[in-house]
Design a binder for this molecule. Structure first.
Ligand code: HEC
Length: 118
């Protein structure tokens, strides 16, 4: 029957469309880190991590471009800077300590920050 054939085609298309949506979306953790970054960090560090966020411009010292400031730094060092603030790694205390972030969130942020350099 035509109607069954049509509805079967429709069902197939729906399945294909859902699969496309599922696989085209970036992994949830990458989205979470990007959202965290834009909520908490971009005002100072800038959307592209270059240290040119709207608030960053008025800081002294200004946040440095992650692409160069994170060169040669270990993940642990970066995590310490986020959790303990600038003072914890001998940098500007203007960099706040994010003690409320979970270890997983910090880990995802570390990975997110490192992508600015590549
Ligand atoms: C109030 C402004 C401000 C906010 C908000 C902020 N930072 Fe910073 N951040 C700084 C400053 C200033 C420095 C120190 C730059 C220097 O001394 O060279 C810094 C340094 C750092 C460093 C050390 C490496 C470097 O580039 O010097 C890391 C890592 C870092 N910030 C990550 C983050 C993350 C992740 C967030 C959000 C969770 C964040 N920051 C939010 C201002 C800020």
């Amino acid at each position: 029957m035509i109607t069954t054939k049509l509805s079967r085609q429709y069902l197939c298309m729906t399945i294909v469309a859902s699969l496309v949506v599922l696989f085209a979306a970036p992994p949830a953790h990458a989205q979470a880190a990007a959202a965290l970054y834009s909520n908490k960090c971009a005002a100072c560090h800038g959307t592209d991590g270059k240290g040119d966020g709207p608030a960053g411009k008025y800081l002294n010292p200004k946040p440095t471009d992650f692409a160069s400031s994170l060169k040669g730094k270990t993940d642990d060092w970066i995590a310490k800077a986020i959790k303990g603030g600038g003072g914890a790694v001998g940098e500007s205390p203007v960099m706040p300590a994010y003690t409320d972030l979970s270890d997983d969130q910090v880990k995802e942020l570390v990975a997110y920050l490192k992508h600015f350099g590549s």
